[in-house]
Ligand binder design. Structure first.
Ligand SMILES: C[S@@+](CC[C@H](N)C(=O)[O-])C[C@H]1O[C@@H](n2cnc3c(N)ncnc32)[C@H](O)[C@@H]1O
Length: 330
Protein backbone atom coordinates (compact mmCIF):
# COMPACT_ATOMS: atom_id res chain seq x y z
CA UNK A 1 0.00 0.00 0.00
CA UNK A 2 1.13 3.52 -0.74
CA UNK A 3 0.01 6.37 1.47
CA UNK A 4 0.39 10.06 0.74
CA UNK A 5 0.71 12.29 3.79
CA UNK A 6 0.10 15.97 3.03
CA UNK A 7 1.54 18.30 5.65
CA UNK A 8 0.32 21.63 6.92
CA UNK A 9 2.96 24.09 5.80
CA UNK A 10 3.78 25.83 9.09
CA UNK A 11 6.73 23.59 10.04
CA UNK A 12 7.70 20.86 7.59
CA UNK A 13 10.67 19.70 9.67
CA UNK A 14 8.41 19.07 12.66
CA UNK A 15 5.68 17.62 10.44
CA UNK A 16 8.01 14.94 9.03
CA UNK A 17 9.53 14.01 12.37
CA UNK A 18 6.00 13.87 13.80
CA UNK A 19 5.00 11.36 11.10
CA UNK A 20 8.10 9.18 11.45
CA UNK A 21 7.73 9.10 15.24
CA UNK A 22 4.07 8.08 15.09
CA UNK A 23 4.95 5.27 12.67
CA UNK A 24 7.79 4.11 14.92
CA UNK A 25 5.61 4.10 18.04
CA UNK A 26 3.19 1.78 16.20
CA UNK A 27 6.06 -0.49 15.01
CA UNK A 28 5.08 0.12 11.38
CA UNK A 29 7.73 -0.83 8.86
CA UNK A 30 7.67 1.43 5.83
CA UNK A 31 9.88 3.04 3.24
CA UNK A 32 9.74 6.60 1.95
CA UNK A 33 8.97 6.37 -1.77
CA UNK A 34 8.97 10.08 -2.50
CA UNK A 35 9.64 13.19 -0.46
CA UNK A 36 7.66 15.97 -2.12
CA UNK A 37 8.61 18.56 0.49
CA UNK A 38 5.01 19.46 1.41
CA UNK A 39 4.06 15.80 1.39
CA UNK A 40 5.57 12.35 1.64
CA UNK A 41 4.62 9.10 -0.05
CA UNK A 42 5.34 6.03 2.04
CA UNK A 43 5.02 2.38 1.14
CA UNK A 44 4.00 -0.13 3.78
CA UNK A 45 2.30 -3.48 3.92
CA UNK A 46 0.53 -2.37 7.11
CA UNK A 47 -3.20 -1.80 6.65
CA UNK A 48 -3.94 -0.64 10.17
CA UNK A 49 -1.82 2.49 10.49
CA UNK A 50 -3.34 4.95 12.94
CA UNK A 51 -2.80 8.46 11.58
CA UNK A 52 -5.20 10.09 14.06
CA UNK A 53 -2.61 11.66 16.34
CA UNK A 54 -0.55 13.46 13.70
CA UNK A 55 -0.16 17.12 14.62
CA UNK A 56 1.10 18.85 11.47
CA UNK A 57 -0.75 16.99 8.73
CA UNK A 58 -3.59 18.22 6.50
CA UNK A 59 -4.67 14.91 5.08
CA UNK A 60 -3.70 11.31 4.41
CA UNK A 61 -4.67 9.46 1.26
CA UNK A 62 -4.26 5.95 -0.06
CA UNK A 63 -2.66 6.10 -3.51
CA UNK A 64 -4.43 3.83 -5.95
CA UNK A 65 -2.99 4.80 -9.30
CA UNK A 66 -1.46 7.32 -11.66
CA UNK A 67 -3.99 9.34 -13.61
CA UNK A 68 -2.73 7.95 -16.90
CA UNK A 69 -3.22 4.36 -15.84
CA UNK A 70 -6.71 4.60 -14.34
CA UNK A 71 -8.08 1.90 -16.65
CA UNK A 72 -5.94 -0.67 -14.90
CA UNK A 73 -6.92 0.30 -11.33
CA UNK A 74 -8.72 -2.63 -9.72
CA UNK A 75 -11.48 -0.79 -7.84
CA UNK A 76 -12.69 -4.08 -6.33
CA UNK A 77 -9.51 -4.15 -4.28
CA UNK A 78 -10.61 -0.96 -2.52
CA UNK A 79 -14.35 -1.65 -2.19
CA UNK A 80 -14.05 -1.96 1.60
CA UNK A 81 -12.87 1.67 1.70
CA UNK A 82 -15.41 3.12 -0.71
CA UNK A 83 -18.92 4.02 0.43
CA UNK A 84 -21.48 5.78 -1.71
CA UNK A 85 -22.09 8.67 -2.27
CA UNK A 86 -18.65 9.90 -3.32
CA UNK A 87 -17.02 13.07 -4.53
CA UNK A 88 -13.69 13.92 -6.06
CA UNK A 89 -11.40 16.77 -5.10
CA UNK A 90 -7.97 17.94 -6.15
CA UNK A 91 -5.27 18.45 -3.51
CA UNK A 92 -2.49 20.70 -4.73
CA UNK A 93 0.95 19.83 -3.36
CA UNK A 94 3.56 21.45 -5.58
CA UNK A 95 1.53 21.83 -8.78
CA UNK A 96 2.70 23.31 -12.04
CA UNK A 97 0.88 26.50 -12.91
CA UNK A 98 -1.04 25.10 -15.86
CA UNK A 99 -2.92 22.38 -13.98
CA UNK A 100 -6.56 23.44 -13.80
CA UNK A 101 -8.28 21.99 -10.77
CA UNK A 102 -11.85 22.10 -12.07
CA UNK A 103 -10.94 20.44 -15.39
CA UNK A 104 -9.27 17.57 -13.51
CA UNK A 105 -12.19 17.22 -11.09
CA UNK A 106 -14.69 17.07 -13.96
CA UNK A 107 -12.61 14.50 -15.85
CA UNK A 108 -12.33 12.28 -12.77
CA UNK A 109 -15.99 12.80 -11.90
CA UNK A 110 -17.00 11.55 -15.35
CA UNK A 111 -14.69 8.55 -15.04
CA UNK A 112 -16.15 7.54 -11.65
CA UNK A 113 -19.73 8.23 -12.79
CA UNK A 114 -19.19 5.79 -15.67
CA UNK A 115 -18.07 3.20 -13.15
CA UNK A 116 -21.48 3.57 -11.46
CA UNK A 117 -20.59 5.69 -8.39
CA UNK A 118 -23.27 8.00 -6.97
CA UNK A 119 -22.17 11.54 -6.13
CA UNK A 120 -22.76 13.96 -3.30
CA UNK A 121 -20.34 16.84 -3.66
CA UNK A 122 -20.92 18.41 -0.23
CA UNK A 123 -21.47 15.43 2.01
CA UNK A 124 -19.81 12.34 0.53
CA UNK A 125 -19.09 9.16 2.47
CA UNK A 126 -15.90 8.65 0.45
CA UNK A 127 -13.78 11.34 -1.10
CA UNK A 128 -11.58 10.48 -4.05
CA UNK A 129 -8.53 12.65 -4.45
CA UNK A 130 -6.25 13.74 -7.22
CA UNK A 131 -2.89 14.84 -5.80
CA UNK A 132 -1.01 17.30 -7.98
CA UNK A 133 2.74 17.72 -7.77
CA UNK A 134 5.07 18.88 -10.50
CA UNK A 135 3.48 17.66 -13.69
CA UNK A 136 2.34 14.46 -11.97
CA UNK A 137 -1.11 13.48 -10.82
CA UNK A 138 -1.80 10.64 -8.42
CA UNK A 139 -5.25 9.24 -7.86
CA UNK A 140 -6.22 8.24 -4.34
CA UNK A 141 -8.84 7.79 -1.67
CA UNK A 142 -8.92 10.18 1.28
CA UNK A 143 -8.54 8.20 4.48
CA UNK A 144 -8.06 10.98 7.03
CA UNK A 145 -8.62 14.71 6.92
CA UNK A 146 -7.53 17.04 9.72
CA UNK A 147 -9.87 20.01 10.00
CA UNK A 148 -9.44 23.06 12.23
CA UNK A 149 -9.26 20.43 14.95
CA UNK A 150 -9.47 20.29 18.68
CA UNK A 151 -6.28 22.39 18.95
CA UNK A 152 -8.39 25.52 18.67
CA UNK A 153 -10.33 24.47 21.81
CA UNK A 154 -7.05 24.15 23.70
CA UNK A 155 -5.50 27.46 22.68
CA UNK A 156 -3.77 29.04 25.72
CA UNK A 157 -6.28 31.93 25.88
CA UNK A 158 -9.12 29.45 26.40
CA UNK A 159 -7.59 27.96 29.54
CA UNK A 160 -8.36 29.25 33.05
CA UNK A 161 -4.71 30.22 33.60
CA UNK A 162 -2.94 32.16 30.87
CA UNK A 163 0.62 33.41 30.57
CA UNK A 164 2.33 34.66 27.40
CA UNK A 165 5.02 31.93 27.57
CA UNK A 166 2.44 29.23 26.73
CA UNK A 167 3.24 26.96 23.78
CA UNK A 168 0.59 26.50 21.11
CA UNK A 169 -1.11 23.10 21.52
CA UNK A 170 -0.21 22.07 17.97
CA UNK A 171 3.51 22.53 18.69
CA UNK A 172 3.11 20.92 22.12
CA UNK A 173 1.42 17.90 20.52
CA UNK A 174 4.22 17.58 17.93
CA UNK A 175 6.82 17.71 20.70
CA UNK A 176 4.99 14.94 22.57
CA UNK A 177 4.80 12.86 19.40
CA UNK A 178 8.48 13.21 18.56
CA UNK A 179 9.44 12.38 22.17
CA UNK A 180 7.42 9.13 21.64
CA UNK A 181 4.84 10.00 24.30
CA UNK A 182 2.16 7.32 24.22
CA UNK A 183 -0.47 5.85 26.49
CA UNK A 184 0.93 4.56 29.79
CA UNK A 185 4.39 6.16 29.35
CA UNK A 186 5.82 8.36 32.09
CA UNK A 187 6.56 11.93 30.99
CA UNK A 188 8.28 14.82 32.74
CA UNK A 189 8.28 18.52 31.93
CA UNK A 190 10.85 20.10 34.29
CA UNK A 191 9.87 23.69 33.28
CA UNK A 192 6.13 23.25 33.18
CA UNK A 193 4.92 26.88 32.91
CA UNK A 194 1.18 26.80 32.19
CA UNK A 195 1.19 23.06 31.51
CA UNK A 196 0.77 23.06 27.71
CA UNK A 197 3.04 20.05 27.12
CA UNK A 198 1.55 18.05 29.97
CA UNK A 199 -2.02 18.70 28.82
CA UNK A 200 -1.16 17.12 25.44
CA UNK A 201 0.75 14.27 27.12
CA UNK A 202 -2.11 13.47 29.50
CA UNK A 203 -4.67 13.54 26.68
CA UNK A 204 -2.57 10.90 24.92
CA UNK A 205 -2.84 8.81 28.10
CA UNK A 206 0.63 9.35 29.58
CA UNK A 207 1.44 9.62 33.30
CA UNK A 208 2.57 13.18 33.89
CA UNK A 209 5.06 14.92 36.19
CA UNK A 210 5.85 18.62 36.04
CA UNK A 211 8.12 21.02 37.91
CA UNK A 212 8.19 24.80 38.11
CA UNK A 213 10.07 27.19 40.34
CA UNK A 214 7.18 29.63 40.33
CA UNK A 215 4.22 28.74 42.60
CA UNK A 216 1.83 30.80 40.46
CA UNK A 217 2.74 28.62 37.46
CA UNK A 218 2.31 25.44 39.49
CA UNK A 219 -1.16 26.44 40.65
CA UNK A 220 -2.02 27.67 37.15
CA UNK A 221 -0.93 24.37 35.61
CA UNK A 222 -3.04 22.40 38.08
CA UNK A 223 -6.06 24.59 37.22
CA UNK A 224 -5.42 24.13 33.49
CA UNK A 225 -5.12 20.36 33.84
CA UNK A 226 -8.36 20.24 35.83
CA UNK A 227 -10.09 22.25 33.08
CA UNK A 228 -9.43 19.32 30.70
CA UNK A 229 -10.49 16.72 33.26
CA UNK A 230 -6.90 15.74 34.07
CA UNK A 231 -6.79 15.02 37.79
CA UNK A 232 -3.99 12.48 38.00
CA UNK A 233 -0.66 14.26 37.98
CA UNK A 234 2.41 15.08 39.99
CA UNK A 235 3.11 18.82 39.78
CA UNK A 236 5.89 20.08 42.04
CA UNK A 237 7.03 23.54 43.00
CA UNK A 238 10.82 23.21 43.00
CA UNK A 239 14.06 24.05 41.24
CA UNK A 240 14.50 21.41 38.56
CA UNK A 241 18.26 21.52 38.85
CA UNK A 242 17.86 20.18 42.38
CA UNK A 243 14.61 18.16 42.16
CA UNK A 244 15.66 16.25 39.04
CA UNK A 245 18.42 14.53 41.02
CA UNK A 246 16.05 12.90 43.46
CA UNK A 247 13.62 10.92 41.30
CA UNK A 248 13.59 7.24 42.26
CA UNK A 249 12.39 6.11 38.82
CA UNK A 250 13.54 7.60 35.55
CA UNK A 251 11.03 8.73 32.91
CA UNK A 252 10.17 7.36 29.45
CA UNK A 253 10.02 10.83 27.86
CA UNK A 254 11.07 14.42 28.51
CA UNK A 255 9.13 17.23 26.88
CA UNK A 256 10.05 20.76 27.85
CA UNK A 257 10.21 24.38 26.83
CA UNK A 258 13.10 26.17 28.51
CA UNK A 259 12.76 29.65 29.97
CA UNK A 260 13.66 32.39 27.51
CA UNK A 261 13.52 36.12 26.99
CA UNK A 262 11.57 38.84 28.67
CA UNK A 263 9.02 36.76 30.53
CA UNK A 264 11.45 34.80 32.66
CA UNK A 265 14.25 36.04 34.86
CA UNK A 266 17.40 33.96 34.50
CA UNK A 267 20.63 34.22 36.47
CA UNK A 268 22.59 32.81 33.54
CA UNK A 269 22.40 33.29 29.77
CA UNK A 270 19.83 31.16 27.91
CA UNK A 271 22.73 29.27 26.33
CA UNK A 272 24.30 28.41 29.71
CA UNK A 273 20.87 27.44 31.00
CA UNK A 274 20.43 25.10 28.02
CA UNK A 275 23.90 23.58 28.49
CA UNK A 276 23.28 23.01 32.20
CA UNK A 277 19.89 21.48 31.46
CA UNK A 278 21.38 19.03 28.95
CA UNK A 279 23.61 17.71 31.73
CA UNK A 280 20.50 16.95 33.82
CA UNK A 281 18.91 14.70 31.20
CA UNK A 282 20.57 11.43 32.33
CA UNK A 283 19.20 12.03 35.86
CA UNK A 284 15.65 11.99 34.54
CA UNK A 285 15.49 9.92 31.35
CA UNK A 286 15.79 6.18 30.72
CA UNK A 287 18.55 5.17 28.30
CA UNK A 288 17.34 4.81 24.71
CA UNK A 289 14.47 7.27 25.33
CA UNK A 290 13.81 10.71 23.86
CA UNK A 291 13.78 14.33 25.03
CA UNK A 292 12.05 17.04 22.97
CA UNK A 293 13.38 20.42 24.07
CA UNK A 294 12.26 23.84 22.89
CA UNK A 295 14.58 26.83 23.41
CA UNK A 296 15.58 30.09 21.78
CA UNK A 297 19.21 28.93 21.70
CA UNK A 298 20.23 27.90 18.20
CA UNK A 299 23.85 27.03 18.82
CA UNK A 300 24.67 24.39 21.43
CA UNK A 301 27.34 21.89 22.38
CA UNK A 302 25.91 18.43 22.58
CA UNK A 303 27.17 16.24 25.44
CA UNK A 304 28.53 12.83 24.43
CA UNK A 305 25.63 10.94 26.04
CA UNK A 306 23.04 12.60 23.78
CA UNK A 307 22.41 11.90 20.13
CA UNK A 308 20.83 14.79 18.25
CA UNK A 309 18.06 13.19 16.18
CA UNK A 310 16.52 16.36 14.73
CA UNK A 311 16.64 20.13 15.12
CA UNK A 312 13.65 22.06 13.80
CA UNK A 313 13.38 25.82 13.62
CA UNK A 314 10.15 27.57 14.52
CA UNK A 315 9.68 31.24 13.64
CA UNK A 316 7.57 32.92 16.33
CA UNK A 317 7.94 36.62 15.47
CA UNK A 318 10.65 38.94 14.22
CA UNK A 319 12.48 38.96 17.56
CA UNK A 320 12.03 35.32 18.46
CA UNK A 321 12.94 32.09 16.70
CA UNK A 322 12.67 28.90 18.68
CA UNK A 323 14.46 25.64 18.07
CA UNK A 324 13.00 22.27 18.86
CA UNK A 325 15.70 19.72 19.53
CA UNK A 326 15.03 16.00 19.63
CA UNK A 327 17.66 14.07 21.59
CA UNK A 328 18.03 10.37 22.29
CA UNK A 329 19.86 9.35 25.45
CA UNK A 330 22.48 6.82 24.36
C1 LIG B 1 8.99 28.96 28.82
S1 LIG B 1 8.22 28.60 30.31
C2 LIG B 1 7.38 27.09 29.97
C3 LIG B 1 6.13 27.31 29.17
C4 LIG B 1 5.29 26.09 28.98
N1 LIG B 1 5.84 25.20 27.99
C5 LIG B 1 3.86 26.45 28.63
O1 LIG B 1 3.33 26.01 27.57
O2 LIG B 1 3.25 27.18 29.39
C6 LIG B 1 9.54 28.14 31.36
C7 LIG B 1 9.16 27.93 32.82
O3 LIG B 1 10.34 27.48 33.51
C8 LIG B 1 10.24 27.93 34.86
N2 LIG B 1 11.60 27.84 35.46
C9 LIG B 1 12.67 28.66 35.27
N3 LIG B 1 13.74 28.20 35.94
C10 LIG B 1 13.36 27.07 36.57
C11 LIG B 1 14.02 26.11 37.40
N4 LIG B 1 15.31 26.25 37.73
N5 LIG B 1 13.31 25.05 37.85
C12 LIG B 1 12.00 24.89 37.53
N6 LIG B 1 11.32 25.77 36.75
C13 LIG B 1 11.98 26.84 36.27
C14 LIG B 1 9.67 29.32 34.74
O4 LIG B 1 9.02 29.69 35.95
C15 LIG B 1 8.69 29.16 33.55
O5 LIG B 1 7.38 28.93 34.03
Amino acid sequence: MEYIIVFSKDNLCLAKEDLFSRLEVQNISYSVKQDLDNAIIIESIAENIDFTDLSHTREVGLCIGGMNGLDVVDFNMYQHLIKSPVNVRVTRINPEQNQDRSVIEKKMGAFLFNLGYKFNLKDPKTSFRVYLFGSEQIFGILIKEFGVSSFSERMPVKRPFFHPVSLKPKVAKAMCNIARVSSGKSVIDPFVGTGGLLIESALIGAKITGIDLDRVMVEGTIANLKHYGILEHNILCADSFIASKSFKDKFDCIVTDLPYGRNTKLDVTPKDFMQQFLLLIPNMLKIGCYAAVSTNVGDIEIPHFLKLVRKCESYIHKNLTKYIYLFKLV
